[in-house]
Design a protein around this ligand. Sequence first.
Ligand code: SAM
Ligand code: DTB
Ligand code: SF4
Length: 336
Amino acid sequence: MHRNFPVTDSADDRNVDKNRGEKTFESMKWSINEIQSLLDKPFNDLIFEAQQMHRQYHDANVVQLSTLISVKTGGCPEDCGYCPQAARYHTGVENQTMLSVESVVNAAAAAKSQGATRFCMGAAWRGPKQSDIEKIAEMISAVKALEMETCATLGMLKPGQAKQLGEAGLDYYNHNLDTSPDFYEEIISTRNYQDRLRTLQDVRDAGINVCCGGIVGMGETREVRAGLIAQLANLNPYPESVPINNLVQVEGTPLYGTAKLDPLEFVRTIAAARISMPKAMIRLSAGRREMSEEVQALCFLAGANSIFYGDKLLTTGNPEVRQDQALLDKLGMQSQ
Ligand code: SAM
Ligand code: DTB
Ligand code: SF4
């Protein structure tokens, strides 16, 4: 059963060990209040609980390295208030038409030689046209042939498109809910929450793993963050992959100048995601360049087990490869 809205059932019968050992990512019912109670816990208790959960399903000293590439940049017709690629904001991002298959494969091979095992292709579209899908499918097959995990984020999909991407070898489709249903309209007006849920269901139905997360640091309350995590955790099954982004503020976007989120609140959000989606890959995503090493270490302790790796995200900066390698060495962490 696919659930579209936050579930408000009482949590009394909740058992956090309920899905231990099962193959599917069967979701439990998390109310917003329950997630908020997690976020409200004393920090040490929250991190302890998250770390315990993390160790049941994951190696606590391993992090997956995922490299991003923007295969089509800028000029997007949507109005996502955080995004430097929306045509309507003047951010200095240069538009670029779709990259060639060859240049994408070369970038994937270079990422692999640096240690990345996952390669994510992003495009600044509301959604792909049929001709775009054909070219993206070629990219996916070629990256898959390098034995890397493939992910794509291309916007909303039309019926049948997810299936074509799956047939080309796509392992994950990234499509974020971004925030809670209540706060959503403050951030984006050109597509709605239902549109996003529909695409996620198409992806699920095509047998592709769902990569779905959100952004914090957009001026939202803790309750909104709880609403986002509850919404993700109540997808049934919950996403196999959950990117948690800290807003990268880009001059020219409406969200530029928003009060910065306390880094410990970011860590709490990671912990709540880990506890409520125990088997998922929780990805410490955008915003890492602005984070200290200490905060990143706390994110790993809270259950993050993947980072974006490479000097660039899509259009904005990311820590340098050698800095990340030094951090992982310092923490005694291995990459995969
Ligand atoms: N255009 C497609 C879409 O929006 O579905 C795919 C690419 S879009 C750039 C992928 C995701 O990047 C967005 O859903 C959002 O969560 C994240 N993102 C974009 N700009 C960001 C920013 N400034 N800070 C943090 N995350 C950002
Ligand atoms: C996701 O949740 N974060 C990544 C990935 N999915 C595609 C994108 C972050 C983009 C940050 C802004 C930029 O570099 O343009
Ligand atoms: Fe376009 Fe995606 Fe940016 Fe929204 S997040 S403006 S859809 S590129």
